[in-house]
Design a protein around this ligand. Structure first.
Ligand code: MV4
Length: 452
């Protein structure tokens, strides 16, 4: 196993990765910004190095400085967590050139999956179902109208480099499309430096169901079931669960095998996730592939009993997967909620000092925390401060236990989305499993949230 690893991330995920390293006797190196100098993850690591100022460009995105620290500290590998540099081809490539193992897939695969047009094309070649649409960049609005005519409205205009819903729009007729094209393309250029646009048929009221895969460097690939992450707000996931209440065994198996097939066709290695849109008839369509460990990985860990960070490390050091597809367990039901430092009325980030933080303890309750009492939430980073994960025998019990846990979770000093999470979990439609991507829009309105 590796002797020393640098964790090029912050917050709860840095703490999460360090925890597995400690369990395995691996030394850890943290890197941190000015704003994070007293953060829990910095204290947890065996060594910690200041990167620079609080803004990510001065700290967590400084590729050369992070690599220099890895070399200086004799770290053999880098774990990138999620976000930040985790899907940065250049960072992965530079690590490789410097002889530092990047814990993730190859830079080439990161680059390919970073382009939605390219990844769609590769999936079509692999026989993976994609949403009806095109896999080449549109030249202009006129060509877009021509393609929409062939697909039939409504369609979705998307930026190839897109993320977070930026550069993406539903369009319902020629007039809307001719108005939408330039603006979305401009946003794509402004945000991602890439104005390539493509188009798909719009799938109404879909679910977002993703498959976790693990692939070693010897050609073995398995799927670790699905996560349903349909409950989102403005493209930010709020509740994630495994298994999905919507899938039957046949569809589950078909999606899992499709994901493995997709990963194999790419020569994928390490942990990855294939996202699918699933319509009301349980047709599923490839959406994108995430080439990192995801925020919601704990629900998969809870139902399979695996430690995904440990699996990533074993793969990265060249070990053969220690189990086969048929050995993958699926026990009970797990639900994760993301706790954000945000004003429940406006949904704007709510930075400030955390005066008290009291978390419920008990069997089946798991916390992934990026903060502690006394921490200061700053406006420099993502406002997610913690995750709460419940693992129970059944979905009903998990919902019940999660509501109870959230009701005894206290954060003072800053505002959080906890009232909104309780509202989601208590909703009859959530209990019924009617968790589509429209859930928050349809049933949860900020003005209806109590306890303001
Ligand atoms: C779609 C779609 C419907 N039809 N594509 C949103 C994020 C981006 N990665 C893809 N997204 C969508 N693509 C087609 N052809 C609906 C969404 C979508 C969505 C997807 C997953 C989870 C939440 C969502 C919320 C709104 C729209």
């Amino acid at each position: 196993m590796f002797k020393k690893i640098l964790v090029s991330n912050r917050g709860e995920i840095a703490a999460r990765v360090i925890r597995t390293c400690k369990k395995l006797g691996i030394q850890t190196v943290a890197v941190f910004s000015e704003a994070d100098k007293d953060a829990p993850f910095v204290k947890l690591a065996d060594e910690a190095y200041l990167l620079g100022g609080s803004r990510v460009n001065e700290s967590y995105l400084n590729v050369d400085k992070i690599i220099a620290i890895a070399k200086e500290s004799n770290a053999e590998a880098v774990h990138p967590g999620y976000g930040l540099l985790s899907e940065n081809e250049q960072f992965a490539r530079k690590c490789e050139l410097e002889g530092i193992k990047f814990i993730g897939p190859s830079p080439d695969i990161i680059a390919k999956m970073g382009s939605k047009i390219e990844s769609r094309k590769l999936m079509v070649d692999a026989g993976v179902p994609v949403v009806p649409g095109i896999s080449y960049p549109l030249k202009d609005a006129d060509q877009a109208i021509e393609v929409a005519g062939a697909l039939g409205y409504p369609v979705m205009l998307k930026a190839s480099a897109g993320g977070g819903g930026i550069g993406m729009q539903i369009v319902r007729n020629d007039k809307e499309l001719s108005k939408a094209f330039a603006g979305n393309q401009k946003r794509a250029v402004d945000f991602f430096g890439d104005g390539a646009m493509f188009m798909e048929k719009f799938i109404e009221n879909p679910r977002h169901i993703e498959i976790q895969v693990l692939a070693d460097e010897h050609g073995n690939t398995v799927y670790l079931w699905e996560r349903e992450c349909s409950i989102q707000r403005r493209h930010q996931k709020v509740v994630e669960e495994a298994p999905s209440a919507f899938l039957d065994e046949e569809t589950r198996k078909k999606m899992g095998e499709t994901a493995v097939n997709a990963a194999k066709s790419l020569g994928y290695t390490n942990a990855g996730t294939i996202e699918f849109l699933v319509d009301g008839e349980k047709n599923f369509y490839f959406l994108e592939m995430n080439t990192r460990l995801q925020v919601e990985h704990p629900v998969t860990e809870e139902i399979t009993g695996l430690d995904l960070v440990h699996e990533q490390l074993k793969i990265a050091i060249g070990q053969v997967l220690s189990f086969k597809q048929d050995d993958v367990e699926r026990n009970g039901h797990a639900i994760e909620v993301r706790i954000y430092a945000e004003d429940p009325k406006t949904f704007f980030p709510s930075p400030g000092p955390i005066k008290t933080l009291t978390i419920p303890k008990g069997e089946g309750i798991r916390h992934e925390l990026g903060v502690e009492t006394g921490s200061v939430v700053t406006p420099f980073y993502d406002p997610m401060i913690a995750k709460l994960i419940i693992h129970s025998e059944t979905r009903e019990e998990a919902i019940h236990d999660l509501i109870n846990a959230l009701k005894s979770y206290t954060v003072e000093g800053i505002k959080t989305n906890i009232p909104m999470l309780i509202q989601v979990l208590e909703h009859e439609e959530f209990k019924n499993g009617n968790t589509t991507t429209k859930f928050v829009e349809n049933y949860i309105q900020s003005k209806k949230v109590k306890n303001l």
